[in-house]
Ligand binder design. Structure first.
Ligand code: FEO
Length: 410
């Protein structure tokens, strides 16, 4: 096959690889236009990273989302004829990394494909194919001739099949989704990008993808401490060749979710009453010295709420009652947050109603099911809050603020 055969389908474009070192190249794809990653708002797009190891046995680590297969093959072709690839390793079967795998296999005809045992099952369940895939176990090594890959299973970080591959001689960890972020850029290395943007996007990724598996993150960081790592190459966003301690430290902090003095107020409102309550609660929290992020759901995406909750000490949620139920945007965010399993939160529920008043009670039930440490009963206001109701809201903010301070000092 000629190099031109691997140009991006339809565009005729040719793409280059980016050299990480003498043996390893980034050959992934940049998706500048992605704005929704299964319900997560990706305002800065993303990358699907794949890596080419130019060892005696030429090895491709992960692939890309299916529509970007041509870009992947074109980048590989800028280094070597893709038909010369010997091995493909699938660290993670989610389709943003495996979508192009069947086409890549068909075109390069590798000698072998490797995945974890759960990865073998997951790939089968996705592609229903007759492609043999060799299962690797935790600690297994694979000789690439002049290089060695070692496999570290990271089950449930964040799928059952997830694993890391470690290129021993280069001290390079291919970390699939861990330590990644949804951030499209022309720069391939984290040290070329703004640190504030990196921290925000890494936090957003952690909050929306990794948070439910924080206990596994802690164990994985302990495991990683025993490995000599010079570079972390994730499957999304930039590559970490410096500041490894910084990103590992952030992961340790996010995995802990220690109590702190930031409160997130999340609410929606129909005629402004629940919004008035949110403002008074905010004032009560501020009077206790708390930092507050107040997010009306009509303007705030669920994934941005999750990002704020990641480093919060309290979550206060308000909903009007509509047709004996929660307001739909509030139901959406509560369902989403429950799945992400944030921990160590104080909280409270509030809302207004016209005649039945189930909304605030349902919020309280949802928060209790998330093990939020609730302060008081829900405040439920008929139609428009009067001065007495607003005073109760302010007092609720004060009480939550006091509870947060207690939790920080415990
Ligand atoms: Fe980037 Fe879990 O896929």
């Amino acid at each position: 096959m000629s190099k031109g055969d691997f140009r991006n389908r339809g565009s005729g474009s040719s793409f280059g690889a980016v050299k990480l070192n003498d043996h390893v190249y980034w050959v992934g794809a940049v998706d500048w236009t992605l704005r929704d990653f299964h319900g997560y708002a990706t305002d800065r797009g993303t990358t699907y990273n794949a890596y080419l190891v130019m060892a005696d046995k030429i090895t491709l680590i992960d692939t890309v989302k299916a529509p970007f297969c041509g870009e992947l093959l074109s980048r590989i072709a800028s280094v070597v004829d893709p038909g010369k690839i010997d091995y493909i390793v699938s660290n993670h079967a989610e389709m943003d990394h495996s979508g192009a795998l069947p086409e890549v296999i068909a075109r390069v005809k590798p000698e072998k494909v490797f995945a974890s045992a759960k990865g073998v099952e997951a790939l089968q369940a996705h592609f229903h194919w007759d492609q043999p895939v060799t299962a690797v176990q935790d600690g297994d090594t694979l000789s690439l001739g002049n290089r060695t890959l070692s496999f570290v299973l990271t089950k449930m970080l964040h799928w059952p099949d997830s694993m890391f591959s470690y290129l021993v001689e280069d001290r390079l960890l291919f970390a699939q989704d861990a330590f990644g972020m949804h951030l499209a850029s022309s720069e391939r290395f984290a040290d070329e990008l703004d640190k504030g943007v990196l921290e925000y996007e890494a936090a957003k990724y952690y909050a929306n993808i990794v948070l439910p598996f924080s206990a596994i993150v802690k164990k994985t960081i302990e495991k990683a401490a025993a490995i000599d790592i010079a570079t972390i190459a994730p499957d999304h966003g930039p590559i970490w060749r410096r500041d490894l301690e910084w990103i590992l430290g952030l992961y340790a902090r996010w995995a802990d979710q220690a109590p702190n003095t930031k409160a997130v107020i999340v609410y929606d409102t129909m005629w402004g009453s629940t919004g008035m309550m949110a403002r008074e609660i905010e004032e009560g929290l501020v009077s206790e010295g708390m930092r507050v992020r107040s997010m009306r759901l009509r303007e705030s995406h669920r994934s941005d709420v999750a990002t704020e909750v990641l480093e919060a000490g309290a979550l206060l949620v308000g909903s009007p009652t509509i047709n004996n139920n929660l307001f739909p945007t509030v139901a959406d965010v509560l369902s989403y947050l429950k799945g992400l399993r944030p921990k160590n939160l104080a909280g409270a529920a509030f809302g207004s109603y016209g005649w039945s008043g189930e909304g605030a009670k349902q919020v309280a039930e949802a928060l209790a099911s998330m093990r939020v440490d609730l302060v008081g009963d829900p405040i439920n206001t008929e139609y428009v809050p009067d001065l007495d109701a607003l005073a109760r809201c302010r007092d609720l903010g004060v009480q939550v603020g006091q509870k947060m301070k207690q939790r920080v000092t415990l």
